[in-house]
Each structure stands twice: as structure tokens, then as C-alpha cells.
Ligand binder design. Structure first.
Ligand code: FES
Ligand code: FE2
Length: 402
């Protein structure tokens, strides 16, 4: 029955139009999305600098799942299911911390940092501890960024690694640190949040602060001219030329699991800040400001705004069918000192104000979508990425209904 509902919605979905109401509200569809999209995609969990010492951990939580991302030794980070192998209690309750052992609060089973069972009292004589290690979630570290994948046996991280490795290198992200991390709760379906992120049609009305120095709505010739200047300067700044003007990677211009798009800032801005002036020391091996910025995508739900002096990471995830979280992280060079080399309030001003505005417009979007008068509307030429995301979504969901 559930599958029939999905198949019918997919069949009736007009191409090039926003989704029908059921996709944004129906809890059966949402359950299917968890299985087909969230359990199978590479998800950004955090940055290595959040767990510098052995035993440091933080939790990545999504729907019913909770994962302990923990540093086991200097070279090893693991993702362990936060579910006790005795009778299933959550083990770590705090969202972050440091532990010598992982101890379940229910009956006291203890686990080593790598998830192997260490102690369990009063068990039967034939009990073998080796059978009861915490379950592991796939994890990979890429330029200091921790990605996890719940199942996704077919999902290899290799294509992302191959295509983005060299282009990311100048940013030295493995030598970055978190300056601020903020969850923005959005009372709307997660797809409305991602759709909104993927287009800048709304930027002029919704984001005057962003539009001051960024603009996809200026004439194409102006953008090309500015991009040439950025490319010339980028060479000196240590950003390889073939990366400076590399566009979205997959055929069709849209890479749903990876993309790298360099573009010029406007009006002499050199970074994404209140007045366009630097807000932190240069990142990694970058030697100067070239007046450009980069949009990066890794996996279908994580987006990066990379400037020469800082990077902002956006990770979207659902809480329910009707609510989602936009998890935003600001990364700076690890040697930068807060209060001296950067001020958090200035560093985060632009994307904080922009995200708060996005939250408002996305929530208004959901309210309208909930109405009995809502019907799918046409994507414009400024919403190609959003359309690409929706095409990918429908394709992924339709595979599950076959
Ligand atoms: S559920 Fe963890 S020790 Fe019993
Ligand atoms: Fe926006």
C-alpha cells in the first residue's frame, strides 16, 4: 500500500515542477527517504579538530540513529552505534565528551574506545565477549572532514576522493579548526531546505547582506570577466588553475554527490564577510586573496562555501517529515587565535544572518505547501540546481518503488 502511494506520486509528478504535497508531508514517504537516501548516502558528521584527544567523542544523530564518533588513537577515528549490545540502551547521552571507556548506564556493560566489549557482569559461562562488540558504521576522513555511511554497500567514497582531492588541497582543511558550530532548527520538510539552498533566485529579495558581495544575477559577461581576473590571481594565490574554473562535475552540469564551482565575488569583496574584507588568516597553503569563492558539494546533503580565509559547511538532515536541522560549521586555520586573529561574531555574521533569513522563507514555504490550494509550480532558469536535486531525488525514490 505504501509503495503504491509512492509509485502513484512519482507517476503523477510533472517534470520541471516542484513536488506534489505528499512528498513534503507524508510520513510513509519520509520513512522511505530515511531508508533510501539517508541510510545510504555519505553524511558529513564533523571535523577531526572536534576530537583532538584519545577518548574524545561527539554524537551524530539522525532519526532513530545515534552514532558515537570517537578518537581511538592518534590515527584512528571510529563511528560506533550508540546502542548497547546487552538490551539496547543508549550508552552516551551527552552530545560530546571524553571517555576512557564507554559504560552503559543501564546494567553497566563497558566497552573499549574501539567498541569491543570489555566487561559484562553475571553472564552465563558460555558467553563470549567477542560476539558483543558495538556495531560499527562506515567512516572515512577526507581532508579532515569526517563522513559516515550507515549502510550503502554500493556507495564508494572513491569518486569523491578522486575528483575533489587536488582541488581541496590548497585549503588545508585537515589543518583547520571549528570556530563555531550552530544547529538551526527549520520547521519544514528537509527537501524544502535543500531546494532553497540550491538556488539563488531568492537571494535578491531575501538576502541583501549576501547580495552585496555575491551575485549570480549579474550579467553573464560580467561574471566571465571577473572570473578571468580571479583565475589569474588564483594561480599566484596557490589555487591551481584547473580547479579555479572547474564546474560541477557530473554529466548534465550537476553532481549530486560531488561538485566544485569557482565564482567571482563582486565589488572588490575578497571573502564572505560584512564588508568583504578578510575575517581570519588565510587557510592552508593559500597565499593571497584572488577575489573568488567556491561552492563545493560532497554527498547529496552537504555543501561548502569556501573562501580564502574560512569555510562554511552546511549539512542538512531531517528530524521528522515536518522538521529539519541545518547544521552550520565555520572552519578557520588551526593556528588562528580567537579574539586576536578572528572575532567569531564577525567571522559568522554573514552566514548567520543569511541562514536565519533562509529558515524564515523555508518555513513560509512549508506553510503554503500544507494548504489545500498548493499545487506544484514551475522551476525557473535560475533554479536549475534545485531541479537537478529533485530529479535525483525522484530517481532515487523511484528505484525503491520498482
Ligand atoms: S542495556 Fe546496556 S548494560 Fe544493559
Ligand atoms: Fe538563501
Amino acid at each position: 500500500m505504501k509503495m503504491e502511494k509512492l509509485a502513484k506520486l512519482i507517476k503523477n509528478q510533472p517534470a520541471g515542477f516542484s513536488l506534489q504535497q505528499g512528498f513534503y508531508k507524508d510520513t510513509d514517504i519520509y520513512q522511505r527517504e530515511l531508508e533510501r537516501i539517508f541510510m545510504q548516502s555519505w553524511l558529513y558528521a564533523g571535523h577531526v579538530s572536534q576530537i583532538p584527544n584519545i577518548g574524545d567523542y561527539f554524537l551524530y544523530e539522525l532519526a532513530d540513529e545515534s552514532v558515537i564518533i570517537i578518537r581511538v588513537d592518534n590515527d584512528t577515528i571510529k563511528a560506533l552505534s550508540n546502542v548497547c549490545r546487552h538490551r539496547g540502551s543508549r550508552i552516551c547521552m551527552e552530545s560530546r565528551g571524553q571517555q576512557k571507556l564507554l559504560a552503559c548506564p543501564y546494567h553497566g556493560w563497558t566497552y573499549q574506545l574501539d567498541g569491543t566489549l570489555r566487561g559484562a557482569g553475571h553472564v552465563h559461562p558460555d558467553f563470549d565477549k567477542a560476539d558483543y562488540a558495538l556495531k560499527q558504521v562506515r567512516l572515512t576522513v577526507f581532508h579532515g572532514m569526517i563522513f559516515i555511511n550507515f549502510t550503502g554497500p554500493a556507495a564508494s567514497f572513491d569518486p569523491i576522493r578522486q575528483d575533489l582531492d587536488e582541488c581541496l588541497r590548497p585549503y588545508g582543511l585537515e589543518r583547520a579548526k571549528v570556530a563555531r558550530k550552530q544547529d538551526y532548527l527549520i520547521k519544514a520538510n528537509w527537501k524544502l531546505a535543500v531546494e532553497n539552498y540550491c538556488e539563488c533566485y531568492h537571494c535578491i529579495p531575501a538576502h541583501p547582506e549576501y547580495s552585496e558581495g555575491h551575485g549570480r544575477s549579474v550579467p553573464d559577461e560580467t561574471v566571465s570577466e571577473l572570473l578571468e581576473q580571479v583565475t589569474a590571481k588564483g594561480e599566484k594565490a596557490g589555487l591551481p588553475e584547473h580547479c579555479v574554473d572547474k564546474s560541477w562535475l557530473d554529466a548534465g552540469g550537476i553532481g549530486i554527490d560531488r561538485g566544485f564551482d569557482r565564482y567571482p565575488l563582486l565589488k572588490g569583496f575578497v571573502t564572505g564577510s560584512r564588508d568583504g574584507k578578510p575575517v581570519a588568516p588565510l587557510l592552508g597553503d593559500i597565499k593571497g586573496y584572488d577575489g573568488g569563492a567556491t561552492d563545493i558539494q560532497i554527498g547529496p546533503l552537504t555543501f561548502y562555501l569556501a573562501y580564502c580565509d574560512h569555510i562554511v559547511v552546511y549539512h542538512f538532515k531531517p528530524l521528522t517529515a515536518a522538521a529539519s536541522v541545518c547544521d552550520v560549521t565555520w572552519l578557520v586555520n588551526e593556528t588562528a587565535e580567537e579574539g586576536k586573529d578572528y572575532q567569531v561574531a564577525e567571522l559568522t555574521w554573514l552566514w548567520d544572518v543569511t541562514t536565519i533569513a533562509d529558515k524564515r522563507i523555508i518555513e513560509n514555504n512549508q506553510k503554503g505547501v500544507n494548504s489545500k490550494f498548493y499545487q506544484p509550480g514551475p522551476y525557473t532558469m535560475m533554479e536549475d540546481f534545485t531541479r537537478g536535486f529533485i530529479d535525483w531525488y525522484l530517481d532515487t525514490m523511484s528505484k525503491s518503488s520498482g
